[in-house]
Unconditional design. Structure first.
Ligand SMILES: Cc1cc2nc3c(=O)[nH]c(=O)nc-3n(C[C@H](O)[C@H](O)[C@H](O)COP(=O)(O)OP(=O)(O)OC[C@H]3O[C@@H](n4cnc5c(N)ncnc54)[C@H](O)[C@@H]3O)c2cc1C
Length: 382
């Protein structure tokens, strides 16, 4: 077993770290406070290959393996969680399903624009009555000549108001089906942007489909295969959320260590108090355990093995780790941690979303338990 990074992985890690430290990190506070997505920063990220992370080299992409892609998300999250989530949704939930299920024509029409900064991707599954239960979605896709007409409402679509291409799930005659929907499709309206606790640089919008006309040529995969496509994309994106949780937890630890060395009470830095260094030790232990989980799940993915259960385990453990670590690292800061001047306040709010997005912790628990019981011959239901 060899845990060392290859020369290529080291090179990418350094490139990600340089960009994230120099360009992304200094912008985190401003992105949060203005609630504006970092459009110029995202454009700069195009040149570094962040939009084309998973696109094969022969198509002029970065061609990252899963593990190196996780390093990218970790570095982004360490610098700013909003930027990390925007690029994670784009790569894991739009570019990857297009690569896996797209026709040659669909790849010809969209891949270059997605990879090189002309079109950001967004993923539209959730509806008011279909959150954890994606199979209950009510948006319909009725065939009409060479097209489908989409009707319904999607909520909380990350990247909504920035996106050029939406991967939309709707109910067609043969069942739930995936569609590539361009932003200027007649009948599609990008609506209300939510106010959120954290991740305030990620525009999270409602989409209205009022008989939006989508050509059959934009159906991704077969009719009725939409949930399989979503599930496969969510396996990768959940592992990505674990990597974002890792980066967020590392940043929280870094901020708390720095603060505890500088901050004096009772005549010594608080780093000398056992209650404080116990917190630091626990956080470090959780972070390193999470890194091992992500490494293992990514190795499964890169060796073409089923990694879905480990993606769920990594997401469950990772999002909890980020929640617990940011909570404790804020406590290390005392009252300063409650003030907007300190980055830990932002990380505490941003990381809270990780237990909810792309499948809640309770749904990950169900998926993990389902596999455990399945091995014993018992089928459990959500
Ligand atoms: C910031 C943010 C960004 C998002 N971005 C996107 C996006 O880009 N695209 C998209 O499609 N969606 C997006 N979502 C939606 C997200 O995927 C859903 O919020 C999530 O899947 C949970 O659905 P829900 O919120 O409707 O909760 P519900 O499903 O209504 O669940 C409510 C509570 O009940 C629990 N629960 C539900 N069913 C079960 C069960 N069977 N067993 C045990 N507990 C259960 C849940 O865990 C939760 O605690 C986003 C959400 C947020 C907050």
């Amino acid at each position: 077993m060899d845990f060392r990074l290859s020369e290529d992985q080291l090179m990418f890690k350094k490139m990600f770290a340089d960009f994230c430290t120099n360009e992304v990190r200094p912008r985190g506070e401003q992105i949060d406070q203005t609630e504006q997505p970092p459009v110029d920063l995202l454009q700069k990220a195009v040149d570094q290959g962040f939009w084309a992370a998973l696109v094969p080299e022969e198509m002029d992409g970065a061609g990252l393996d899963t593990y190196t892609y996780m390093l990218m998300l970790e570095e982004l999250a360490r610098a700013d969680l909003s930027t990390a989530l925007i690029l994670s949704v784009h790569n894991s939930l739009v570019v990857k399903p297009l690569l896996d299920h797209g026709t040659d024509d669909q790849k010809d029409r969209y891949l270059e624009a997605l990879a090189f900064g002309q079109m950001l991707g967004a993923f539209a599954l959730t509806e008011p009555a279909a959150g954890s239960d994606g199979g209950a979605l009510q948006t319909t896709a009725m065939p009409d000549g060479e097209d489908y007409l989409l009707k319904g409402t999607k909520i909380w679509v990350s990247n909504g108001e920035l996106a050029g291409l939406f991967l939309v799930f709707a109910r067609a005659p043969e069942g739930i089906t995936a569609f590539l929907v361009e932003r200027d499709t007649p009948g599609l309206k990008v609506g209300y942007r939510e106010k959120t606790l954290g991740l305030r640089g990620v525009p999270c919008n409602t989409l209205y489909f009022d008989l939006a006309r989508v050509p059959q040529a934009n159906r991704l995969g077969r009719e009725g295969h939409g949930l399989k496509i979503a599930q496969q994309a969510l396996d990768l994106s959940r592992l990505g959320i674990a990597a974002i949780a890792l980066g967020g937890s590392e940043r929280a630890l870094e901020e708390a260590v720095k603060f505890s060395i500088e901050h004096i009470q009772f005549g010594t830095p608080i780093a000398q108090k056992q209650a404080i260094y116990d917190y630091i030790a626990d956080a470090k232990a959780q972070i390193e355990a999470l890194r091992c989980l992500i490494t293992y799940a990514a190795w499964l993915a890169d060796s073409q093995q089923n990694f879905g259960q480990y993606a769920s385990i990594a997401k469950l453990f990772g999002s909890r780790t980020a929640y617990q670590v940011t909570h404790k690292m804020l406590q290390v800061h005392g009252g300063y941690g409650y003030m907007k001047e300190y980055a830990i306040e932002r990380y505490y709010r941003d990381c809270r979303a990780l237990e909810i997005i792309e499948g809640t912790s309770q749904i990950q628990q169900f998926l993990i338990a389902r596999d455990v019981y399945q091995a014993e011959g018992l089928k459990i239901r959500p």
